[in-house]
Design a protein around this ligand. Structure first.
Ligand code: HEC
Ligand code: HEC
Ligand code: HEC
Ligand code: HEC
Ligand code: HEC
Ligand code: HEC
Ligand code: HEC
Ligand code: HEC
Length: 420
């Protein structure tokens, strides 16, 4: 669609005018395979069901006439909603999110008033945390310490010329999902995808090769912690696939927005985000090979390192897609076990790193062969006090794209090694 057509369409939707019946035929096949369109698990708004609408019917989300036997069916709002949906969205750029903040929360909410749907976070569903742990609905996932800001996502996607299908009235969740296609991803992995790349909104992402992590030099983390190397117990399903052929290509997915060039504003962080460069030569957890520093890895990486000279990680090995009890969407459970403590500042990332790196901080930074700071002097210039009780804040040197040039501000000579 041209940008001009997009503007025309925006104007039509802005007025709340919407004609549903034409594209229904085109949607039909894929829609019936989707979670929403399913006749057994699909959408079912009580008030519409009692009016005779079958499970999965479009009318559970769209209101063709905005009235049913004279009254507007619950939830009733004042004005007609964009796309003739039963409710509009506010998409604020700050939490807490309420049911009224986003159309999807009328159902994807532990107390959804239209239809209650239970969903867990990635750490529980694909990371081995118990199903009773963590948030139990999508709205609960967003209302945690960190979250993908719906207002910012809406602004970013709407203003980008790469996503012409997105209108002023579009739903920010649809930046990552297509409500007419999304499937229940946890019943058949990876064959059922819940996600669509924003640049390819009208198809699902990550159901088959090459849209899988097996396209990279990937090693699936443990779902259940094992202290020795075994092929089994791996994410995302506890099985024996180690090469990522059961995991959607989340690198390709996340970097659709978080590319090495896009400027993305974050209201939460009150700054533009750092760019992410997962390509060859970019970051250590991406396409840049590790250096000769003797790596102290935990399993399964320790053993796998003898056959893989450069591990490339999935973004969801460390991050949640919706929100987290830790800052920066960092998972509460990584590589088979819960983090040893919550992460509330980028200056104390140890509980995350130590799920995969072993050896201890002094060893890693001062003692191992090729350590960055062997034989240190003037301890306080880096540590700011007694080293044992004054760790050097990690956030100065370890973040996407970082090196240790921060040391210049301490009058020290950096190694300029890539540190993330
Ligand atoms: C789970 C709720 C839900 C169901 C069920 C649903 N839709 Fe939608 N539909 C939406 C949302 C949300 C949008 C807004 C898309 C956006 O954000 O741009 C939308 C948008 C549309 C559009 C605008 C073009 C597009 O694809 O974005 C058409 C046409 C449409 N729906 C038709 C249908 C038809 C026909 C059905 C049944 C076969 C259906 N919808 C079922 C939620 C739903
Ligand atoms: C930045 C991209 C992104 C945004 C924005 C986003 N999601 Fe997701 N969502 C994902 C990814 C990736 C997955 C697959 C991983 C998973 O299941 O945890 C997912 C999974 C899901 C699932 C299935 C969860 C499960 O495993 O049971 C639901 C339901 C869902 N999202 C709903 C929503 C709703 C509702 C919104 C808006 C309030 C939203 N998403 C916004 C990326 C996103
Ligand atoms: C009328 C209620 C309703 C609304 C509104 C709704 N959903 Fe759903 N959604 C469901 C139901 C029911 C399922 C299937 C639940 C299941 O798998 O148990 C589902 C499933 C999904 C799935 C597949 C993963 C899963 O849990 O099975 C995704 C992704 C999803 N919804 C995203 C969205 C997004 C994004 C929106 C808003 C644009 C939305 N939903 C709005 C009821 C709804
Ligand atoms: C549709 C575009 C889009 C996609 C796809 C996307 N993001 Fe984002 N992301 C954003 C925007 C916009 C922000 C800035 C708003 C904010 O900070 O929440 C952001 C912020 C973030 C942040 C900082 C959150 C914070 O603490 O404020 C992290 C971490 C992040 N994204 C990770 C991911 C991961 C991992 C994926 C893939 C599952 C992903 N993103 C996919 C748009 C996207
Ligand atoms: C999910 C496992 C995992 C987590 C979590 C993790 N790492 Fe790594 N890290 C690795 C692996 C494996 C490598 C080797 C990458 C390669 O082969 O290119 C690596 C490489 C590195 C390197 C480069 C080492 C070299 O020899 O070049 C640094 C520095 C690093 N990680 C720092 C961190 C920090 C800091 C954290 C916490 C904020 C962290 N990592 C979290 C697994 C992880
Ligand atoms: C060039 C900067 C630099 C200098 C100078 C330096 N350190 Fe460190 N040191 C680090 C970094 C970075 C770490 C890893 C982060 C942390 O745990 O503090 C570290 C870690 C440590 C740790 C582990 C602390 C912990 O939290 O487990 C000890 C002990 C330590 N250093 C002792 C010393 C001593 C003793 C000196 C002086 C002889 C010294 N360091 C000088 C950078 C430095
Ligand atoms: C002054 C900068 C600096 C600070 C501050 C710092 N580090 Fe490092 N760190 C480094 C450098 C340099 C390396 C070596 C990178 C390389 O050679 O690949 C490193 C390596 C690491 C590694 C990877 C070890 C491996 O396997 O090669 C981990 C994990 C790590 N640091 C964790 C931390 C944590 C946790 C903190 C905060 C408590 C921290 N660091 C603070 C500079 C720093
Ligand atoms: C080894 C763990 C790890 C992996 C893998 C990882 N991240 Fe991160 N990410 C972090 C940590 C730790 C932070 C907080 C430090 C920082 O801001 O860079 C972070 C922060 C972010 C931020 C916020 C950046 C900012 O401006 O502060 C974004 C966006 C992000 N990650 C996206 C991604 C994407 C996209 C991928 C996959 C291509 C990815 N991450 C893979 C650990 C990881």
């Amino acid at each position: 669609m041209s940008y001009k057509q997009k503007l025309t369409r925006k104007a039509a939707f802005g007025a709340g005018l919407f004609c549903l019946f034409l594209p229904a035929a085109a949607l039909a096949g894929a829609y019936l395979l989707s979670a929403h369109g399913s006749g057994t698990i699909g959408v079912e708004r009580a008030v519409m069901a009692s009016a005779g609408y079958g499970r999965g019917n479009c009318g559970h989300c769209h209101e063709m006439h905005a009235s049913l036997t004279g009254d507007e069916p619950a939830p009733a709002g004042g004005a007609a909603s964009p796309y003739a949906l039963f409710a509009g969205s506010l998409d604020p750029a700050v939490k807490p999110y309420l049911e009224t903040s986003n159309f999807c929360f009328y159902c994807h909410n532990s107390t959804g008033s239209a239809q209650q749907v239970t969903n867990r976070d990635y750490s529980a569903t694909f990371g081995g945390g118990g199903l009773a742990t963590g948030p139990q609905s999508i709205i609960a996932a967003f209302n945690q310490a960190s979250y993908h800001n719906l207002g910012d996502i809406k602004t970013f996607v709407n203003n980008s010329s790469a996503y012409l299908w997105f209108s002023d009235s579009s739903n920010p969740c649809d930046g990552c999902h297509n409500p007419h296609l999304a499937k229940r991803n946890w019943v058949s992995i990876p064959a059922n995808s819940a996600i669509s790349k924003p640049s390819s909104h009208f198809s699902l992402w990550g159901e088959a090769s090459p849209q899988l992590m097996s396209s990279y030099s990937y090693e699936a983390p443990y779902l259940t912690w094992q202290s020795t190397y075994v092929s089994a117990y791996r994410e995302p399903d506890g099985g024996s696939i180690t090469d990522g052929s059961k995991t959607p290509d989340y690198v390709g997915f996340c970097t659709d927005c978080h590319s090495s060039t896009n400027t993305i504003w974050s209201t939460t962080l009150n700054r533009n985000l750092r760019v992410i460069n997962w390509a060859v030569g970019g970051e250590k957890h991406g396409g840049l090979a590790r250096d000769s520093n003797p790596a102290n890895f935990r399993e399964p990486y320790d053993t796998a390192a003898s056959s893989k000279s450069n591990f490339v990680f999935s973004c969801l090995d460390c991050h949640e897609p919706h929100g987290s009890s830790n800052i920066m969407l960092l998972r509460r459970r990584v590589n088979g076990a819960e983090l040893s403590g919550a992460i509330s500042t980028v200056n104390a990332l140890g509980p995350l790193c130590s799920r995969c790196h072993s050896g201890g901080m002094e060893s890693i930074h001062h003692l191992v062969a090729n350590a960055p700071y062997p034989n240190p002097v003037q301890c306080t210039s880096c540590h700011g006090g007694q080293p044992s009780s004054n760790p050097v804040p990690c956030g100065n040197c370890h973040f996407h794209g970082s090196n240790d040039s921060w040391l210049l501000t301490k009058g020290k000579t950096p190694t300029y090694r890539k540190t993330f």
